[in-house]
Design a protein around this ligand. Structure first.
Ligand SMILES: [Zn+2]
Ligand SMILES: [Zn+2]
Length: 258
């Protein structure tokens, strides 16, 4: 399996996943031009993308899809609630969807995909597990709290892309209005660094080797804080061997094959 994070954060999310002969994007939250530029910067031909899967209907996860799809005729996958939400902003995508059920699994070419529910303030938000027969990747980027289901999905995987959105103190000390602070920190908001570290430690399995920290807040977090919080937690759990990468809003990640 191969992963490249093109962008992660509240200004746009887009993650490249390839395995089993299938190349796809999870979310399309950058402008189409930016997605093409970042794919090319990573050495990935945009024409090779066969499908786009959506986690939920927040604009930072679908901003560029209508224009991107005009040029590249990708298959579109979402659950009913997410498709309906995206369609309100992108009416040209109506009737173009391949709808999956939350809590179901399906194949896209040789890649097995499981969609599972996560708590977040969108219509029907999901995370995914991808399995190409040799490796499993768990992706969960917008979630307000850990659940037993998310722990179980993480525990099955060799690699994970997990939200580490904010430092709780930085969020509370920020200039943000109180309702926004409580939304972000709430059960349907975003996972803090501490929450992400606790979740990973509760879901630790021997096969986990790589962890990407995703959807970092630019105002209420720093890459060093997110990294150190996770590193300390994994060290305390005796798992300094797990590779940790921090994803960026502005920078394309390295392509990792595992
Ligand atoms: Zn988001
Ligand atoms: Zn969201």
């Amino acid at each position: 399996m191969e992963v490249c994070v093109l962008a992660s954060g509240s200004k746009g999310n887009c993650i490249y996943v390839a395995g089993g002969g299938t190349a796809l994007l999870v979310d399309a939250g950058l402008s189409a031009r930016e997605m093409v530029a970042r794919l090319q910067a990573a050495g990935i031909a945009p024409e090779s993308i066969q499908a786009v899967l959506f986690t939920h209907d927040h604009v930072d996860h679908y901003r560029g899809i209508e224009v991107f799809r005009r040029k590249f005729p990708v298959r579109l996958f979402a659950n009913e609630g997410t498709a309906a939400g995206i369609e309100q902003s992108c009416p040209k995508l109506a009737s173009e969807w391949e709808i999956f059920e939350t809590s179901s699994s399906f194949e896209i070419g040789g890649l097995h995909v499981e969609a599972f529910t996560v708590p977040h303030d969108a219509a029907d938000p999901v995370g995914f597990v991808f399995d190409d027969g040799a490796a499993r990747l768990c992706l969960a980027t917008d979630l307000g709290q850990a659940t037993p289901l998310i722990r179980a999905k993480l525990a099955q995987c060799h690699a994970a892309i997990l939200e580490s959105n904010h430092d709780y103190d930085m969020l509370m000390q920020s200039e943000r209005p109180w309702p926004l602070k409580t939304r972000i920190a709430g059960r349907s908001g975003h996972l803090s660094n501490e929450d992400a570290a606790a979740l990973i430690c509760a879901a630790l399995s021997e096969q986990l080797h790589t962890l990407w920290l995703a959807h970092l807040s630019e105002e209420c977090n720093t890459p060093a804080l997110a990294l150190n919080t996770m590193r300390q937690a994994l060290r305390a759990a005796g798992r300094e061997d797990v590779r940790i990468e921090v994803m960026s809003q502005t920078r394309v990640s390295a392509r990792l094959v595992f």
